[in-house]
Design a protein around this ligand. Sequence first.
Ligand code: GLU
Length: 473
Amino acid sequence: MNVRTRFAPSPTGFMHIGNLRTAIFEYLVAKHNDGKFILRIEDTDQTRKVDGAVDFIYDTLKLCNIDIDEGPKVPGNSGPYIQSERKDIYKKYALDLVEKGMAYYCFCTEEELEELREFYNNKKKPFLYDGRCSRLSKEEIDEKLKLGVPYVIRQKMPKYGETEIEDVVYGKIKIDNSILDDQILLKSDGFPTYNFANVIDDHLMGITHVIRGKEYLDQTAKYNLLYDAFGWEKPTYIHVAMVLGEDGQKLSKRNGDASFMDLYNDGYLPHAIVNYLVLLGWSPDSNDEIFTMDELIEKFDETRISKSSSQYDVKKLNWFNAHYIKQLSLEELLNITVPHLSSSYDLSNKSDEWVERLVSIYQNHLSYGKEIVELTEMFFKDEICLDDECKTFMEQDGVSNTINVFKDEISSITDWNVENISNAINNTKEKSGSKGKMLYMPIRIKVSGVMHGPELPDTIYLLGKEKILERLG
Ligand code: GLU
């Protein structure tokens, strides 16, 4: 089988990590099977459309190393790949269904529908269109069409029996046909609804595996009825449970939740995000967690996708990101950190070498690029302020003696380099009798204001002799 999957985002100019995870799953299913990954832009809801959103989607996928085989900018045999450019196609198929008696024109006005909605509301029942237009005679329909009365086209649902859905993750599901609404396929502006367009496009684009959010699972009964009405083969469905936000709520654009670009701009590495996201709702058959894209392609198996929703956990993402940051070249490391440093601090009197050294000593301490700003605050601020834990530590016996000895050692350094600073610390150990934590911690706290950080001699070197003496008091 020529496996073909598609990522079908709506061009809203925003991609949260839940959307991105779907794209990754689609990509991995395609590539695991030597298949094709198609990008389709679902812009039938023109009110939500944002200019430049297609570029945004391209940039995101490109950064994540997700190659598009066919899409708006990659020619293929199933285009156009933007739904608004396929209007005529949908109309043709909608009319075909009308012809077959599986769909009908509906001329109901907004007022009539409102009345109907109120009727159901009063009965505390979900709104179902009552099918009144399906009973219009051919003459009545022709007359209205001739007069140019606005219309939509609705799918005619069976009123009895059940429709079955077969899903890789959720198994067999039966939906009672009596709850299915005669849904709109074609709107009065000539645009299709998602519910119609996805079926037409998935079929015409030869999509073999549909991977999408679980919120579409029940709706799939309606799609299956459309496939049956056309006599088309259904794709393999893989519905995936939601990724919830850190607060346990649905991720939403409005809350600015976990947007891929925000994470990227904060210095998260795209592959770290991809690696983290794949494991959000999918597990390999081992305890391994770190995977290259090639390894993911090799190992991905859709039958191991979880039925339950997963929760976005920034701490876990930080763990992945820190892992990948440790492997960056100096140049890559500078790229994700220096823009943040220079927008927060004045670097004009710092040499490139100083900045490079600063960033390098933090390579093993960073969870994300922007974090460099808070971690290096002590290098840019005149005053350091100790928290209670540091203060308590500094009140211990022997601490002030260690600091005094160290200050003398630092004062006597004529050639300011890391080796001489290390010697100064060793001499302090000899002369003060302090060792281990009681040697390093007082010095670290006094010069940097924190209890943990990169190698002490490196930190002291970069802070500079003048600042160190000032802080040693
Ligand atoms: N345009 C739909 C969305 O953004 C896609 C759903 C699907 O993959 O079929 O939710």
